[in-house]
Design a protein around this ligand. Structure first.
Ligand SMILES: C[S@@+](CC[C@H](N)C(=O)[O-])C[C@H]1O[C@@H](n2cnc3c(N)ncnc32)[C@H](O)[C@@H]1O
Length: 194
């Protein structure tokens, strides 16, 4: 049982994607990138409601995660709701090659936990087509800032290093949104193209 299986055994309640934000994101994606996105992939879906949010909007949804416990819980909900447009794949994003096609790829609150980030991002780059978008949402820390334990830096990645790595791998990286919380927390949404 990996660390995440243990966490999901206790039924953590991770928050869904904010619906106002999701609407804004989809409006922007339809205007700038793809007028009719149909397929979405959620990297590190956990038991999040994101899968069901996109499913209700009519997307063909694929959720990937390496936690068997999380995937079993989602599968149970899929069956209870008689949902037909969500498929689940068990995969370790740090080491297993992904070969999926989609219009929207989402990775929300997962990136920090992926050990081999370069491997993961290069893999994502290969999955993107010209009209795909990769939405990366992650807590970040900023160089030169002093943090305390309450700033939850254990779930954050270095902002400058992340931008550098993204720019090395992708041609177009937009810092679309910051959620500034508390004294120093910063949750960034990157919109990334092939
Ligand atoms: C904080 S949870 C976020 C889940 C979901 N995206 C959400 O927003 O609620 C982190 C998720 O990343 C998954 N994860 C962490 N490392 C992973 C890896 N190397 N491969 C696949 N999934 C991973 C965990 O199993 C867990 O479901």
């Amino acid at each position: 049982m990996n660390k995440w299986d243990k966490i999901f055994s206790n039924n953590p309640q991770f928050k869904p994607l904010n619906e106002h934000f999701l609407n804004l994101l989809l409006t922007k994606i339809k205007k700038d990138t793809n007028p009719s996105p149909q397929k979405m992939v959620d990297f590190g879906c956990g038991t999040a409601q994101t899968l069901f949010q996109f499913s209700k909007l009519g997307f063909d949804v694929t959720g990937l995660d390496f936690s068997e416990v999380a995937l079993n819980k989602v599968q149970q909900k899929i069956e209870e709701n008689k949902t037909t447009n969500i498929k689940l794949i068990k995969s370790d994003l740090s080491s297993e090659k992904i070969n999926l096609e989609a219009d929207i790829f989402l990775c929300s609150w997962v990136y920090t936990f992926i050990d081999n980030k370069e491997f993961f991002l290069k893999n994502v780059a290969q999955c993107l087509h010209d009209d795909s978008i990769f939405i990366l949402i992650t807590p970040v820390t900023h160089q030169g800032t002093s943090y305390t334990e309450e700033d939850k830096i254990n779930i954050a990645v270095d902002f400058e290093e992340t931008i550098k790595l993204l720019n090395n791998i992708f041609s177009n990286v937009e810092i679309y949104h910051h959620d500034y919380i508390g004294f120093r927390e910063d949750y960034v949404t990157f919109l990334i193209k092939k």
